[in-house]
Write a protein that binds this ligand. Structure first.
Ligand code: FPP
Length: 242
């Protein structure tokens, strides 16, 4: 893709859906679909970075995915291990900062160590931030932010009158990251699935029938063109924003 991202887009978030169906359509085990999903993730990180997007947040394991068969969970954990082991060096060199959002409780020790390593070794990078939502749920995020605010109030650090949108938002896992202007979901499903519940309140949603392993620069470009065609009103009327 040659042109730069529209100026207004700093943050894109993606529900990478359809790995299983992609594999099934081709008679492959689901694992193959997930592996191709990792390749699509690599392409997307590079494409976003190249066009000047600052933040990319990807949903790679939801708090609901624990309900999947043990074999599938183990495959998804395996992929995260593989991704960090294979890509960390390149991500570091390419100026990518890796951040992991989600609940860390209940994750295997080696995964925790790997996530920490990825975060620590890339924390000096500032060119591009890749947020990996792992063991993530938007409602869990809101609950943990509430707990954190209540704990502050109990310590006398904040009064209830000081709790506004900004104070609340700063307790969320994405903290000071700007809210995503564009949210993408692949595979023809029209659901939010507990992703970016707070942060997506005014995002433009772009749904595509493409299955995640097929997602590429062209698909990203279509999402950006779609965004460019939308008038973002934030509750105002058209004349006010024009
Ligand atoms: C949805 O496909 C995809 C997931 C649950 C996992 C997404 C993970 C990756 C793309 C790769 C791993 C990423 C990292 C950062 C290691 P699905 O299995 O729900 O597909 P289906 O709905 O067609 O069955």
């Amino acid at each position: 893709m040659s042109e730069a991202a529209p100026r207004a887009i700093r943050h894109i978030a993606i529900i990478m859906d359809g790995n299983g169906r992609w594999a099934k359509q081709r008679g492959f085990p689901r694992q193959v679909g997930h592996e191709r999903g990792v390749e699509a993730l690599r392409r997307t990180v590079e494409a976003c970075r190249d066009i000047g997007i600052e933040y990319l947040t990807v949903f790679s394991f939801s708090s609901e995915n624990w309900k999947r068969p043990a074999e599938e969970i183990s495959a998804l954990f395996g992929l995260l291990r593989l991704y960090v082991r294979q890509d960390l060096k390149r991500l570091k060199e390419d100026g990518v900062r890796v951040q992991v959002i989600g609940n860390r409780e209940g994750l295997p020790e080696d995964i925790l160590a790997l996530l920490l390593k990825a975060e620590t070794e890339t924390q000096q990078n500032s060119r591009f931030v890749l947020n990996i939502a792992f063991n993530y749920g938007g409602r869990d995020d809101i609950v943990q932010a509430c707990r954190s605010l209540v704990a502050k109030a109990e310590r006398g650090e904040i009064a209830s009158s000081q709790i506004d949108h900004q104070a609340f938002e700063s307790e969320l896992w994405l903290g000071d990251t700007p809210n995503p202007e564009v949210l993408i979901r692949t595979s023809g499903e029209y659901r939010i699935s507990n992703f970016m519940v707070w942060q997506g309140a005014y995002s433009e949603w772009y749904f595509t029938d493409a299955l995640w392993p097929d997602f590429d620069e062209e698909e990203l470009h279509r999402a950006l063109v779609y965004f460019g065609s939308r008038e973002r009103r934030f509750g105002l009327v058209s004349e006010q924003v024009g």
